[in-house]
Design a protein around this ligand. Structure first.
Ligand SMILES: Nc1nc2c(ncn2[C@@H]2O[C@H](COP(=O)(O)OP(=O)(O)OP(=O)(O)O)[C@@H](O)[C@H]2O)c(=O)[nH]1
Ligand SMILES: [Mg+2]
Length: 215
């Protein structure tokens, strides 16, 4: 259990994550502290609000490695070469190796403006050759059967529909969409929760690995 990426605890539709931040997974402690060779970069969400809604162009710049750690996204304008948050000379490590879209199974219909941005981002990733996948979160609260027993995840008609609808709306194949439940109230680890998260993570790593091989 770790509390690395700050998550917001309100149910408002406002975006909580504002800046570009790298999250690492620690291995060992003290002098034997190292990190696993995979990192996650979190960005502001796509949904538009009074002061949120990342520009699709910023996601493209991030994928190319041009966004510096700690850069605070501006929902009105995208990053430019003149900005101190712009990295003009990205290394292969600064580049993105897999694009993961996180979607809540609990949310209402995805708005047209978000779908449009997703389409743009997908096309940019395709042009850059970056593999794409989707993680569907909140599967516990979205369906009574999975709430009762998480093992029912692949039996849930509701989740299946949510995933097929999303697959056809944005054109991501079903075998690139992974349902997970995140830890949020539990204080101890649980094998079923871990199985889903680790299955998604295994695919993230495999897809990323395929991309690195081609780089
Ligand atoms: N029940 C349940 N709650 C979840 C799950 N995933 C996340 N949450 C909760 O949902 C809330 C929002 O999570 P965040 O990580 O802030 O979501 P986010 O998509 O990063 O939101 P922004 O940063 O605003 O774009 C937090 O209170 C989480 O604990 C899940 O799978 N199940
Ligand atoms: Mg966030």
């Amino acid at each position: 259990m770790t509390i690395s990426a700050a998550a917001s605890f309100t149910t408002s539709d406002k975006s909580f994550t504002r800046s570009y931040e790298t999250h690492k997974i620690r291995k060992g402690r003290g002098t034997s502290k190292t990190f696993y060779p995979i990192v996650f970069n979190d960005i502001m969400g796509l949904e538009e609000g009074t002061d949120c809604g990342i520009c699709a162009e910023d996601i493209k710049l991030a994928m190319m490695g041009h966004v510096k750690e700690g850069y605070t996204f501006n929902h009105q304008t995208s990053l430019t070469e003149r900005d101190p948050g712009y990295n003009p000379t990205p290394t292969p490590d600064d580049r993105v190796h897999v694009l993961v879209c996180v979607l809540s199974a609990n949310s209402a219909e995805i708005t047209d403006s978000v779908l449009q941005k997703m389409k743009e981002v997908r096309e940019m990733a395709r042009d850059l050759g970056i593999p794409q996948m989707v993680v569907v979160t909140n599967i516990d609260g979205a369906c009574a059967e999975t709430e009762k027993d998480l093992k029912n995840v692949y039996k849930s008609k509701y989740l299946k529909k949510k995933m097929t609808d999303f697959s056809s709306a944005v054109g991501i194949p079903m075998n690139c969409i992974f349902p997970v439940k995140n830890y949020y109230e539990e204080t101890d680890l649980d094998n079923v929760i871990d199985t889903l998260i680790l299955s998604a993570l295994k695919h993230v790593i495999d897809f990323g690995d395929d991309f690195i091989e081609k780089m």
